[in-house]
Design a protein around this ligand. Structure first.
Ligand code: ADP
Ligand code: MG
Length: 396
């Protein structure tokens, strides 16, 4: 890896400011519904504590519109973190300012201080240097461990690097970078990407970037129908983005030109409505999908074809479900492919919020080499090859 990680620095006695992603889902009363993100940050926090660092945590929570709002206070997170860490965690009244600075000055090695929501300041998302400098004044070492926001150049995850060095990746971010390197940047070949999800338009950049890298591209989900329609296949009333037909044709041509094996569905599970109770049919694309019918999953022949194509792959990257997996009648394609990816001996990397959920639903998450924690950040990293929150890290 070309960037420094937390493993490369001595943190003993240092003020270590860790940008974490504690943007947890909450209910109406502010209760934390799910604390995966807090748990995910524990290894990095514990590593710093074990070295006798003074750990200062920075995060955003929700969308407070650049001004303090009690509804978005990190208080509930502070309490949960203290419980999970098994040690006191103090909460500063703000993330900058004299009262916060005084609390930092009072810290001893092994202490944990959580700063209040960094998005209580509009300067955070505007990445204003003066604000980044104020944050940096509280730290000797900056750590970015918030992959979920790494595609945004904000003060706490990017701008701060101008004012405090080194700025290093935490364990979570280091893993994200390492698996991106091992898959997209420098894959063991053959390398296959599976792409699905609802729309071509939201992922065209990813499709184009991956076409330049992979040996095989397997397409499913709603986006497959824009490709099939672009090839002149009658797809009934399946989800087709009319404005994307030319783009899809260009993508097909690019794949052909590069010798990429491009696989599209041969059959689909179709229904008259996106409703688990509606009658379903398995239809072959050669025989065309009748009017009003819509494809909501890849069919069994396609599933077998895709599983076959994955055999012998050394690297597999997957984003986007193969169908409307949230509904049982349309979940088979996604679940069976999840099994195949898990069974494969390839290095497997999965990303995207819904794909993550699908892999868990299939019960195979433990057997995937790496599941990315970022939705938007993961897609943008695939598309652009780097992210502001990674660029800001100190070079090794
Ligand atoms: P991710 O979050 O993993 O990046 P997306 O958000 O792009 O994935 O796509 C997931 C959504 O795509 C799911 O909600 C799923 O129901 C929908 N989807 C998949 N296949 C189809 C289809 N054939 N028609 C309509 N929607 C689909
Ligand atoms: Mg999604």
């Amino acid at each position: 890896m070309s960037k420094m990680t937390i493993r490369d620095v001595d943190l003993t006695g240092k003020r270590v400011m860790i940008r974490v992603d504690f943007n947890v889902p909450q209910d109406e009363n502010g209760q934390i519904r799910e604390d995966t993100r807090i748990r995910a940050a524990l290894p990095t926090i514990r590593l710093a504590l074990a070295q006798g660092a003074k750990v200062i945590l920075v995060s955003h929570l929700g969308r407070p519109k650049g001004t303090p709002d009690a509804k978005y206070s990190l208080k509930p997170v502070q309490e949960r973190l203290a419980m999970l860490l098994g040690q006191p965690v103090r909460l500063a009244p703000d993330c900058v300012g004299e009262a916060t600075a005084a609390m930092v000055r009072a810290m001893r090695p092994g202490d944990v201080l959580m700063l209040e929501n960094v998005r209580f300041h509009a300067a955070e998302e505007k990445n204003l240097p003066e604000f980044a400098r104020q944050l940096a004044e509280l730290a000797d070492v900056a750590v970015n461990d918030a992959f979920g926001t790494a595609h945004r150049a904000h003060a706490s995850n990017a701008g701060i690097g101008q004012f405090v060095q080194p700025m290093v990746a935490g364990l979570l971010l280091a893993d994200e970078i390492a698996y991106f390197d091992k898959s997209v940047r420098n894959p063991e070949r053959p390398f296959a990407a599976i792409l699905g999800g609802s729309k071509v338009s939201s992922k065209i950049g990813v499709i184009e970037a991956l076409t330049a890298k992979v040996d095989a591209l397997l397409i499913g989900g709603g986006m497959a129908f824009t490709f099939l329609a672009a090839m002149g296949k009658p797809v009934g009333s399946s989800l087709v983005e009319k404005g994307m037909l030319d783009t899809a044709r260009q993508a097909i041509a690019a794949a052909q030109q590069r010798g990429v094996q491009l696989l599209l569905p041969l059959d689909v599970v179709a229904a008259l409505q996106m409703d688990p109770a509606s009658p379903i049919k398995t239809l072959f694309l050669d025989e065309s999908i009748p009017e009003h019918w819509m494809g909501f999953d890849i069919g069994p022949v396609t599933v077998q074809r895709y599983i076959q194509a994955l055999k012998g792959m050394k690297t597999i990257l997957w984003n986007g479900p193969m169908g409307v997996f949230e509904m049982e009648p349309f979940a088979q394609g996604t679940l069976q492919l999840a099994q195949a990816v898990a069974d494969s001996h390839a290095l497997s990397v999965v990303g995207g919020g819904d794909t993550d959920a699908a892999v868990r639903q299939a019960g195979v998450a433990e057997r995937i080499s790496f599941i990315s924690t970022g939705g938007g950040a993961f897609l943008e990293l695939l598309e652009k090859g780097s992210l502001p929150g990674i660029e800001a890290l100190t070079a090794r």
